[in-house]
Design a protein around this ligand. Sequence first.
Ligand code: SAM
Ligand code: SF4
Length: 323
Amino acid sequence: MKDAVGREINYLRISVTDRCNFRCLYCMPEKGVEPKSHSDILRFEEMVEFVRAVAPLGITRIRVTGGEPLVRKGIPSFIRELRNINGIRDISITTNGSLLAPIAADLKDAGLDRVNISLDTLKPERFRKITRCGRLSDVLRGIESALETGLVPVKLNCVMVRGFNDDEIGDFIELTRSYPIYIRFIELMPLGEKGWSQGKYISAEEIKSSIKERLMPTGAPAGAGPAVYYRVPGAVGAVGFITPISRHFCDACNRVRLTADGKLKPCLESDLEIDIKKALREKKGEEELRSLFREAIMKKPVCHHMMPEEKSAHRRHMWQIGG
Ligand code: SAM
Ligand code: SF4
């Protein structure tokens, strides 16, 4: 279905939980967050009911995210249910990767196509520092298991933070020489811990110009989002740049987001939300769900307001939206 300015909306990101086993500095407060009660969070059946209702409007791609989606029990059967919905052609997960290895095969078997794994540093101590509690080795095992079980293409999301991990750009590029992975450098957005990102943003252009190796433009992998990809000559993997701030991609935005507490968000940054949980709990039926979905799409903002000179009034954090 097209929105009011003609963008084709075919991609739904579902946040299945706002809990997480990490506390990344740029995302969550150190003490964690007040967990929502179970009744505030959509049940998997409710999420499936919603997807079944809106798939006929042209939703073909689903991404499961969080908080950390793999802390919620029952993800493989949820994926299996999504897979059975007519019209859904591509299902992926964004995860911190730490809990992936033991269930990668189950996820593949359930019909998951691929994973994006977040990894901001290759240094164990630094990893613990940025996640405040994570172990790098768990994530590396998660990446291996994704490659082994065929949850491919494996994309690594790497948020660049000035003065923290910008000295590792070359090490990440080096990984693409021998592993068939797609490293995506993401610009830090002012959406996490209040004030934390100030002065730590690095533009993709600056990251790119610091790369010594020759970069050749290359095709995008399956499920390509807004990243632009390059390859170092001879490398089996590739490197991409995601530029939500320096060159926003709102013109080509094809997505809407469903939060774990049942709100449909037409834009990552805007506070505009449509209450889906209420309609689901009041058993309003598929027509009403479709009508709320159409309303959200028609109200989709033309552009976000995260540019450095703008004051975004957003209330939600990334762990509540899912990236
Ligand atoms: N827990 C999962 C993970 O870390 O992949 C899924 C949810 S997490 C909110 C989704 C993505 O958002 C991660 O790749 C994370 O690095 C990114 N993210 C979180 N806060 C961000 C920020 N302020 N700017 C840019 N990316 C951010
Ligand atoms: Fe958790 Fe992902 Fe946020 Fe890190 S970025 S705290 S792993 S939700």
